[in-house]
Design a protein around this ligand. Sequence first.
Ligand code: ATP
Ligand code: MG
Length: 387
Amino acid sequence: MNNRHVILVRYGEISLKGLNRHYFIDLLVKNIRNTFKHFKTVKVQKVQGRIIIHIDESELQDGLEAAQRIFGIVSISPAVVIESKMPVIENAVLKEAEEHTFSSFRITAKRGDKRFPMQSPEIGRYLGGVVLKNFSDKSVKMKDADLNIWVEVREETYVYSTFIPCHGGLPVGCSGKSALLLSGGIDSPVAGYMMAKRGIRPLCVYFHSFPFTSERAKEKVVDLAKILSKYTGKIDLYVVPFTDIQTKIVELCPERQTTIIIRRFMMRIAQAIAEKNEAQSLITGESLGQVASQTQEGLATTNAVVSLPVFRPLIGMDKQEIVEIARDIGTFETSILPYEDCCTIFVPKHPETRPRLKFIERGEEPMMAEAGKMIDQAVEQTEIIHL
Ligand code: ATP
Ligand code: MG
């Protein structure tokens, strides 16, 4: 019988607290199945406190990469599955040893099938001897060995030695849906990633001010949403036509207040789209003090127009910390492409940094007669891109 390849998936016991365990695991299995839909993978199985992905050897590398991005998984190991017969196990262990550079090693044997004639310590000692016989320059080290070969003897036997740490978190979807205000910048994709890691399924809302922002700028946001979807599974991107509203604001409102008023309209529209799609919150990439509109007063005045909770996972982070995550998750290189952003085009010379709600509402007054109609129209004309 040919050796088969699997990915052993471990999920965190701690993160199960307070959540329904079965619901959590079933959702994780479902998300894994979705991620592996395009693979030749035969099966995703729940067994004894972990999940096993059966995979074709030719797709193992891609499979490991894909599995690493699924939230709720703490670590994975590529393993071979073989018959529970000692000569077969010996061969697999030797092959595992050949594939690594090491000077010290150990065997960690676990017998789960009591019908197997040797007990765990005996299996370990025996296989250790086999490795020593074939690799005469190596030594056994029980603590901190360079190579630890795990041999789990069950109905079939699993042999592996690599543990790949993953992102952890909660399975996407277990915390419900949220609308992520996704710009082409560095911050908002990171904010989306962080909330998805807590089990949120994001839908993305992008405000497009054509022709002030080009097709290329929109493509960039599409690309960012695609990268995010590698972590979240399918994502819908709502592209809101924002030109009319933005132009009107610049035309009718005091220059110093335009940034804040533009942001208030973004929040209103994002909330309307969220409510239409059963999303229970909004997510932004704001970080305290990073720009003029992100002071406490700025955040308060933009927050004042919405009733849904607004999640700002980057609020206490430095730019450098955000950049590190952006690099780590693969959005940074796309985010720094130099296409214009609708907020940077209309930046006032002296933006309000300590806006008071009363004055912003007064400044916004000329917009309000038409506001409801304009917002409805923007929502209606929103283009939905399925990614
Ligand atoms: P980012 O790097 O995410 O663009 P930023 O530091 O440039 O953020 P702002 O431009 O003030 O900050 O935007 C603050 C937040 O508002 C963004 O993180 C994003 O969530 C949202 N936002 C800004 N512009 C847009 C846009 N064109 N479409 C959708 N959301 C936007
Ligand atoms: Mg921005």
